[in-house]
Design a protein around this ligand. Sequence first.
Ligand SMILES: [Zn+2]
Ligand SMILES: [Zn+2]
Length: 190
Amino acid sequence: MQNVVNLSCACGTVKGKLNVVNGSFFHVHCLCCDCQSFASYLNNEEKILDEHGGTELFQTYPAYIEITEGRENIGCMQLREKGLYRWHTTCCNMPLANTMNSSKIPFVGISVKLMQFNNEHEKMEILGPVSMKAFGKYAIGEMPTDAHPKFPISYMPKIIGFMLKGMFGKKNSPSPFFRDGEPVAKAKVL
Ligand SMILES: [Zn+2]
Ligand SMILES: [Zn+2]
């Protein structure tokens, strides 16, 4: 089954579409300090993070996301050299997605905040529940009881299967974040 979800940044300048393909995504919460640092770099923690400092992400293949409007408002940063590329809007400082710093890897973690749903029910039908809360030890305040303190090892085989399937299917491209193998915006390294 496949659903197409509209994407929009907070101010509506950057728009896109996402293919939600069953069996080809993870719906997760990341509580890590890097995601929190990214939100504070964007100076927008209140809009981005939940009460525990968590970021809601939809991890899938780059070939499934398309930016249709406002491409000139895509910015990129890295918290450290060789770190993940953290893509964001420059119009309203909202996160777009995380990718590896190479166009060859079939992985993108998209901010669920971009996804436009009519209501919570529709969101639940399309995305299903959050299947993993990782890096709970970095939570602000008390760690949520359903979070894993770090990264659950039991998840690794699923991730490896996902990566292999993506590599065989060449799902790393087309990507809205790379053109001819080069990032569409130069990353600012903190
Ligand atoms: Zn994180
Ligand atoms: Zn915007």
